[in-house]
Design a protein around this ligand. Structure first.
Ligand SMILES: CC(C)(COP(=O)(O)OP(=O)(O)OC[C@H]1O[C@@H](n2cnc3c(N)ncnc32)[C@H](O)[C@@H]1O)[C@@H](O)C(=O)NCCC(=O)NCCS
Ligand SMILES: Nc1ncnc2c1ncn2[C@@H]1O[C@H](COP(=O)(O)OP(=O)(O)OP(=O)(O)O)[C@@H](O)[C@H]1O
Length: 331
C-alpha cells in the first residue's frame, strides 16, 4: 500500500483517549452495544433535528428519535441516518448534516467515501456529526443554481420531471474543463453560502465542531483559510476506480475522467492535516474515524471563537442597555 506521509500529516493514533464513551484504543469492543445504563438511541445523531452529543447533555427530542431510528432502546443502536441497524455495514447513499463547532472539512476524491454517509460509526460514536451535502440540494428545481444551469447548458441537461440529468451534465463537464469551470462558477457560490449558513446555525446551537464535505477543498482553496482541520479520505487508485465504477455504473474512461477532474489524491494527502485510509474494510476505517473524532472532541480549539462571540454578545447587550437608559425617560 502507498505510504501516507506529508508535511502536515498527523499520524494516528492521536492523543490520549477520552475519559467517557467508547475506548478509542479498542473501538471494536464497544461497537456492539452501548454501555450499561445507556439506551441505543442515546448514542446516535439524527439526520435532521437535534443531534445527540452524550448522555445527559444534548439529547434529540424523543419524537425525532423515534421517527428515524425505530424503537428506542431496542438492542443495538440504529444507524444514524436511517432506522435500520448497521453493524459496520453501509447505509447506502443517505447523508445528513454534521455537528458543528470548529470547522473541519473532509475532502476526498471520487469514490473514496465520506464515512458518515455509510454510518462508519454506527453507534460507536455519540457525537459524530452527520455530513451536510449542500450540492445536490442546490441544483434542485426552484433553486437559482438550477435555473442558471439550464440557461448555460440548455434543456438537454434536464430530465422530463425538471431535475438535472446527472448523466448528461456529467458527460459534458467531466470531458470539457471549460464547461466544468462554468458549472463551478454557477454552483459554488450557492453551495458555499448554504454551508456557511448551516455552520453558523450549529455554532449558535453550541456544537464543538462542524464537518463539511468539500470535494474541491484544495483545488479552489476558498474555504481553506476558515478551516482548522482538514481531512482527506484516501484509498488506493484501483479500489477508488472500482468503487466509483460500481456505484455510478460507469465505464473505466468515465470513472477516470471524474477522478481526473480533481487534484491527484496523493497531492490531497500531502496537503491534509489528517488522513483516513479507506482502502480496506469498513471496520478499519471506522477505527480511524473514532480516533479522529476523539481527538476533535477533546480539543479546546473551539473555545476562543466561542468566548469571542460571547464577549461580543455581552458587549452589545450592555450597549443596548445603556442606550435604552439614556434615551428612554425615567419613570
Ligand atoms: C456534475 C454532476 C451532475 C455529476 O453527477 P454524477 O451523479 O454523474 O456524479 P457524482 O455527483 O456522483 O460525482 C462524481 C464525482 O465527481 C465529483 N464532482 C462533482 N462535480 C465536480 C466538479 N464540478 N468538479 C470536480 N469534481 C466534481 C464529485 O465530488 C464526485 O466525487 C453532479 O456532480 C452535479 O450536479 N454537480 C454540480 C454540483 C457541484 O458542483 N458539486 C460539488 C462539486 S464541488
Ligand atoms: N471501505 C469500504 N468497503 C467497501 N465499500 C466501500 C468502502 N468505502 C466506500 N465503499 C463504496 O464505494 C462507493 C463510493 O463511496 P462513497 O459514495 O462514500 O464515496 P464518496 O467519495 O463520498 O463519493 P463522491 O464521489 O460522491 O464524492 C460506495 O458505493 C461505497 O459503498
Amino acid at each position: 500500500m502507498e505510504q501516507l506521509v506529508g508535511p502536515n500529516y498527523e499520524p494516528f493514533p492521536f492523543q490520549a483517549p477520552p475519559t467517557r464513551g467508547p475506548d478509542v484504543r479498542f473501538p471494536e469492543r464497544t461497537l456492539e452495544a452501548p454501555p450499561p445504563g445507556l439506551r441505543g438511541g442515546d448514542w446516535l445523531s439524527g439526520s435532521r433535528g437535534r443531534l445527540v452529543r452524550s448522555p445527559g447533555r444534548v439529547r434529540a427530542k424523543a419524537s425525532e428519535r423515534g421517527s428515524r431510528r425505530g424503537r428506542r432502546g431496542d438492542g443495538p443502536p440504529g444507524c444514524c441516518l436511517c432506522p435500520e441497524v448497521h453493524h459496520g455495514a453501509l447505509c447506502p447513499g443517505r447523508a445528513g448534516r454534521w455537528l458543528l463547532g470548529q470547522v473541519c472539512p473532509f475532502s476526498k476524491s471520487p469514490g473514496c467515501a465520506f464515512p458518515s454517509k455509510h454510518c462508519v460509526v454506527d453507534g460507536a460514536l455519540r457525537a459524530w456529526p452527520v455530513a451536510f451535502p449542500a450540492a445536490p440540494r442546490m441544483v434542485q428545481p426552484g433553486y437559482p443554481a438550477h435555473r442558471r444551469i439550464v440557461e448555460a447548458f440548455g434543456t438537454e441537461v434536464l430530465l422530463e420531471n425538471g431535475d438535472i440529468n446527472r448523466v448528461a451534465l456529467g458527460d459534458l463537464i467531466f470531458n470539457q474543463p471549460d464547461l466544468r469551470r462554468l458549472l463551478n462558477t454557477i454552483t459554488h457560490p450557492a453551495i458555499g453560502k448554504e454551508m456557511m449558513k448551516e455552520t453558523f446555525k450549529y455554532f449558535l446551537r453550541g456544537y464543538r465542531y462542524v464537518i463539511l464535505d468539500v470535494p474541491l477543498l484544495f483545488e479552489t482553496q476558498k474555504l481553506l483559510r476558515f478551516m482548522k482541520h482538514t481531512v482527506v479520505v484516501y484509498c488506493d487508485r484501483d479500489t477508488q476506480l472500482k468503487r466509483l465504477m460500481q456505484r455510478n455504473q460507469l465505464k473505466l474512461e468515465e470513472a477516470e475522467a471524474r477522478i481526473g477532474a480533481q487534484l491527484p489524491l496523493k497531492e490531497k494527502v500531502r496537503l491534509a492535516r489528517h488522513v483516513l485510509d479507506n482502502s480496506g474494510e469498513w471496520s478499519v476505517t471506522k477505527r480511524q474515524v473514532i480516533l479522529l473524532h476523539a481527538h476533535l472532541e477533546s480539543s479546546l480549539e473551539y473555545l476562543p471563537l466561542r468566548l469571542g462571540a460571547l464577549t461580543g454578545l455581552a458587549g452589545a447587550a450592555a450597549l443596548l442597555y445603556l442606550l435604552a437608559r439614556c434615551l428612554l425617560p425615567l419613570p
